[in-house]
Design a binder for this molecule. Structure first.
Ligand SMILES: CC(=O)SCCNC(=O)CCNC(=O)[C@H](O)C(C)(C)COP(=O)(O)OP(=O)(O)OC[C@H]1O[C@@H](n2cnc3c(N)ncnc32)[C@H](O)[C@@H]1OP(=O)(O)O
Ligand SMILES: O=C([O-])CC(=O)C(=O)O
Length: 440
């Protein structure tokens, strides 16, 4: 609200007085008791007055009401459907968390068995879809390969295009959870020129994905339980994060009543950027750059503080967390354990830890409340598990998939959903007459 002053009660149900620069004062009832946010009535009133709130990056704009994920960024709290992330990380599995996010409750034994077996029945790809991969260059980045392949799913399942057909939305949900790991594994196989493996549905979702990624057709593949457990944990930690850039993209695309496949494909593209999911790969590039430059973290931190063009401390900072990201705490501990067990002692982990220590004791980072985020330590684990850097963001996409689906479904069922359509402050020429080519 750039020009309007909002005074009065800020929380709970009550009255808010809105004073505009014209001197007009409006009083409105707060209908949505959200802490610090007067609620949707304020937006409606502003729309009537013709005022547009300019909020680049939507720092203060709520785009939806949601019952999926709760974050308290100042306290470093994250809960899925009310369950603390620490408890889910310790006791749950990715498949169970997927069910929780999508259907709202933890499954009982029967529900989990049904869910798992429905997913297992859909892991195969249509043979024609497999040929789709032939068209990409071998060195193509796996993220656009994945988003294109997910988009292509709507050409194979044309029965799923109506977003209000609930049985088909349910089928699309299962198809996505089942087929995206297969597509992701094939994107990897394509990049290394190896043949695709059919899914083995005697394995669970994460084990099956690992086998299709690292196995070979003629050789037996033993899934390492430590690797499967670590990946399952990382998927749980990435599964949802309310209105982040990719989830907002999924909801925005879906708000035009585009189908689930189209919306998820758009979300994958949004995740690709280095300020969002792509940061996990950018962190590893940064750590390798520091190592290759002699391992001097203080020197790198100075470059960040001097705001050298293109130099940011990747994996640090967050729009919502102004405290340590609770996921990063868990991931840091896991990175340490995994690297000891699988990867030995890793000098990049040492650089990461020194970098964190240096940053957290520096006023620049303290004043701006910049802490490690979910992406800071994940790359080190993915690397130890055998994944190349280019592939890290695909792993993020696999983890975030149930969250995207849950949000799309919530959005499509919410009677308050409207097509997403922000306004703008026009800054161009007001009006001018066409100039013929000869006079330009
Ligand atoms: C899964 C995820 O998407 S988690 C985020 C992954 N992304 C990254 O790790 C990339 C690095 N981090 C960043 O670029 C940012 O912190 C973001 C994109 C995550 C959040 O950005 P915003 O909320 O818009 O914060 P904003 O850019 O306004 O930063 C506020 C201040 O902190 C500084 N800052 C923020 N992040 C960093 C960083 N990583 N390194 C150095 N300075 C930073 C900004 O320069 C700015 O300083 P200023 O006030 O002197 O101009
Ligand atoms: O919430 C955000 O802005 C970024 C995100 O997706 C995450 O941290 O997992």
């Amino acid at each position: 609200m750039s020009d309007a002053t909002n005074t009065g009660a800020q929380t709970g149900t009550g009255k808010v007085a809105l004073r505009l620069p014209t001197g007009d004062e409006h009083e409105l009832k707060v209908v949505q008791a959200v802490e610090g946010a007067p609620g949707i009535e304020l937006g409606k009133l502003l729309a009537q007055t013709g005022y547009i709130t300019l909020d680049p990056g939507f720092v203060n704009t709520g785009s939806a009401s949601s019952a999926i994920t709760y974050i308290d960024g100042d306290a470093g709290i994250l809960r899925y459907r009310g369950y603390p992330i620490e408890q889910l990380a310790e006791h749950s599995t990715f498949i169970e968390v997927s069910y929780l996010l999508i259907y709202g409750e933890l499954p009982n034994t029967q529900q989990l068995e049904d869910f798992t077996s429905r997913i297992n029945r859909h892991t195969l790809l249509h043979e024609d879809l497999k040929r789709f991969f032939d068209g990409f260059p071998r060195d193509a980045h796996p993220m656009p390969v994945l988003s294109s392949a997910v988009s292509a799913l709507s050409t194979f399942y044309q029965d799923s295009l109506n977003p209000f057909d609930e049985p088909n939305v349910e089928l699309s949900t299962i198809r996505l959870l089942a087929k995206v790991p297969t597509l992701a594994a094939y994107a990897y196989k394509k990049s290394i020129g190896q043949p695709f493996l059919y899914p083995d549905n005697s394995l669970n979702l994460v084990e099956n994905f690992l086998r299709m990624t690292f196995g070979l057709p003629a050789e037996p593949y033993e899934v390492d339980p430590e690797v499967a457990k670590a990946l399952d944990l990382l998927f749980i930690l990435h599964a949802d994060h309310e209105q982040n850039c990719s989830t907002s993209t999924v909801r925005l695309v879906g708000s035009s009543e585009a189908n689930l496949f189209a919306s998820i494909s758009a979300g994958i593209n949004a995740l690709f950027g280095p300020l969002h999911g792509g940061a996990n790969a950018a962190v590893l590039d940064m750590l390798e750059g520091i190592r290759n430059d002699g391992g001097d973290v203080a020197k790198f931190v100075e470059r960040v503080k001097n705001k050298e063009k293109g130099v940011r401390l990747m994996g640090f900072g967050h729009r919502v967390y102004k405290n340590y990201d609770p996921r990063a705490k868990i991931i840091k501990k896991t990175a340490d354990e995994i690297l000891r067990k699988i990867g030995g002692n890793d000098e990049l982990l040492d650089i990461a830890m020194r970098l964190e220590e240096t940053a957290l004791s520096d006023d620049y980072f303290v004043e701006r409340k910049l802490y490690p985020n979910v992406d800071f330590y994940t790359g080190l684990i993915y690397r130890a598990l055998g994944f190349p850097t280019k592939y890290f963001t695909v792993l993020f996409a696999l983890g975030r998939l149930p969250g995207w689906i849950a949000h799309w479904r919530e959005m499509i069922q919410d009677p308050a959903t409207k097509i997403g359509r922000p306004r703008q402050i026009y800054t161009g020429e007001k009006e001018r007459d066409y100039v013929p080519m000869t006079e330009r």
